[in-house]
Design a protein around this ligand. Structure first.
Ligand code: SF4
Ligand code: FES
Length: 235
């Protein structure tokens, strides 16, 4: 079938501002939007720039706006978005070229959450790893699924209003460790989350939850963080 794609184009070496260009390619309804982009790049305009790596929904590098909604191009089928597809870069991050945005501010916020296990206590005397029950492991299972695609943060009106807001993806990184029974960095992380740009900026718009390609219940998880900050309880 014939598919027409309207793609945002911006080359900082040539363009004062972004514009849109249309391309028509032959594709199947079971092709992914990523396949369509590859067809455009391979057969219509080799200068088209977009990120991709795994092509299987694992690396998180090809989040973009497809017909106005944040999604992974490699997980979006043509039959689900139609034969006229508008493709644009994520909102709220500076466009570097075409569909590529500068992810540095996003990862800076992620790093602020201390996204690693903090535990200075000696290992158990038998030298084995720090054990956890299946229930304790299940407590943070959902937020381990984050692939750092930025679809949530760049769909969030609070982030659009203030790019200083750490954003839902960073909060998911905090959640993953705050609710890990082996971790001893909870006090530090909850202090970070209490800052002006922390959880207080979440107004439960639910855009993040809708945008997440991993199906993480982000707004609920942020609610759990807020509750932990108020009560000090982690159950
Ligand atoms: Fe992407 Fe979901 Fe992680 Fe947000 S929480 S960065 S939408 S995988
Ligand atoms: Fe890796 Fe789409 S290319 S998630």
């Amino acid at each position: 079938m014939e598919v027409t794609v309207r793609i945002f184009r911006y080359d900082p070496e040539k363009d004062q501002r972004g514009h849109y260009e249309n391309y028509t390619v032959e594709a199947h309804e079971t092709d992914r939007v990523l396949d369509v982009l590859e067809l455009v790049k391979g057969h219509k305009d080799g200068s088209l720039a977009f990120r991709r790596s795994c092509a299987h929904g694992v690396c998180g590098s090809d989040a973009m706006r497809i017909n106005g909604r944040n999604a992974l191009a490699c997980k979006t089928l043509v039959r689900d978005v139609g034969t006229e597809i508008k493709i644009e870069p994520l909102l709220g991050l500076k466009v570097t070229k075409d569909l590529i945005v500068d992810m540095e501010p996003f990862f800076d916020n992620y790093k602020k959450m201390l996204p690693y296990l903090i535990n200075e206590s000696p290992l158990p005397v038998d030298g084995r790893e720090r054990l956890q029950s299946p229930e304790q492991r299940a407590r943070f299972d959902e937020t381990t699924k984050c692939i750092l695609c930025a679809a949530c943060t760049t769909a969030c009106p609070s982030f659009w209003a203030s790019e200083e807001y750490y954003g839902p993806a960073a909060l998911m990184a905090a959640h993953r460790f705050v609710f890990d029974s082996r971790d001893e960095g909870t006090t530090q992380r909850l202090e970070i989350l209490s800052e002006t740009n922390g959880t207080v900026r979440c107004h439960t718009a639910y855009n993040c939850t809708t945008a997440c390609p991993r199906g993480i219940h982000i707004t609920e998880a942020i609610g759990e963080l807020k509750m932990a900050m108020v009560t000090g309880k982690l159950d």
